[in-house]
Design a protein around this ligand. Structure first.
Ligand code: C2E
Ligand code: MG
Ligand code: MG
Ligand code: MG
Length: 288
């Protein structure tokens, strides 16, 4: 299914077309060694309240820095990690790293930064998911209230009761829960009213079309209305222009994340951002 093509010095692309066993194996083998070789990093993208500009959190985004190819984007390796099950140890690494960072920021006085962590469906569906999360919390001494777990619509398909009970347990532990890429999956409106979640993230594909199509604008408006009616916070991802931001403000969207405000930042840049903006951008006073 995947094919690797060398497309320059720093960079390769994986095509989803014909299966090339050898290439798939090469990536798989390097992925397998990536944790012990310490090739993974988390970058952090700030999220803001739209009205006040207040920082509300950071999304942790996985980066694979390979010795031979440089940074390989998540879209190129996460599908393979999911297909091979390697997303399980990788996902644990991501959560552990985010928890550790949360403790560090708290010690540095940035106590109320919530870190959002992407959880793959395969990971969420493991029967020991809750145990593994609890173990990581205990190990790192992080506070669950400082972590948001981002799940996608696909986790709920077919196992709605199971999903609800798992999410409820996670919420009891203190985690925040966000539904990522909202609008691109198969959410039934019926289960949206039942899922114990805190936040909906409107997928970037809707945001990039804002102000270009009335139909698209209507859908975004309706997602915001639905979220508010169901008592969820709503965040727009992939906000790139002032016009998009103005539209989102006009329809009362709560929060924004995107290149307009900030790209995902390496840890050192993120720390600089936190230090420099303290005082200018208001840091969170409460966990929202
Ligand atoms: P996502 O969770 O929806 O993350 C948002 C993606 O949009 C990120 O891409 C981010 O860099 C990008 N983005 C943010 N603002 C803008 C913008 O204004 N314009 C544009 N064009 N893009 C923007 P990234 O980092 O390449 O990650 C892609 C996807 O890979 C993520 O989508 C998520 O599904 C997955 N991913 C990333 N890290 C992890 C991880 O630790 N675990 C798992 N399971 N999946 C991850
Ligand atoms: Mg996400
Ligand atoms: Mg998303
Ligand atoms: Mg996603």
């Amino acid at each position: 299914m995947y094919k690797v093509k060398d497309s320059g010095k720093n960079h390769y692309t994986i095509y989803n077309e014909s299966m090339d066993n050898e290439s798939q194996l090469t990536i798989e083998n390097s992925l397998r060694k990536a944790i012990e070789r310490e090739e993974f990093e988390l970058h952090y993208q700030p999220q803001f309240m739209l009205e006040k500009g207040q920082l509300i959190g950071m999304e942790a985004l996985l980066r694979w820095n390979t010795a031979s190819q440089g940074y390989v984007p998540p879209s190129d390796f996460i599908p393979i990690a999911e297909e091979t099950g390697l997303i399980l140890p990788i996902g644990e690494w991501v959560l552990r790293e985010a928890c550790k960072q949360s403790v560090v920021w708290e010690k540095q006085g940035f106590a109320r930064i919530r870190i959002a962590v992407n959880i793959s469906s395969l990971q969420f569906q493991q029967s020991d998911f809750i145990d593994s999360v609890a173990k990581i919390l205990a190990e790192t001494e992080a506070k669950a209230t400082c972590i948001e777990l981002e799940i996608t619509e696909s986790v709920a398909i077919g196992f709605i009761e199971n999903t609800i009970s798992k999410l409820s347990k996670l919420k009891e532990m203190g985690f925040h829960i966000a539904m990522d890429d909202f609008g691109t999956g198969y959410s039934s409106l019926q289960y949206m009213s039942k899922l114990p979640i805190d936040r909906i993230k409107i997928d970037r594909s809707f945001i990039s079309l804002l102000n270009t199509s009335n139909k698209n604008d209507t859908i975004v408006k309706l997602i915001v209305m639905m979220a508010k009616g169901l008592n969820f916070k709503v965040i727009a991802e992939g906000v790139e222009t002032e016009n998009q931001k103005a539209f989102l403000k006009s329809i009362d969207c709560d929060e924004v994340q995107g290149y307009l405000m900030s790209r995902p930042l390496k840890l050192e840049d993120c720390n600089r951002f936190l230090t420099e903006t303290e005082g200018r951008v208001q840091l969170p006073t409460v966990l929202i």
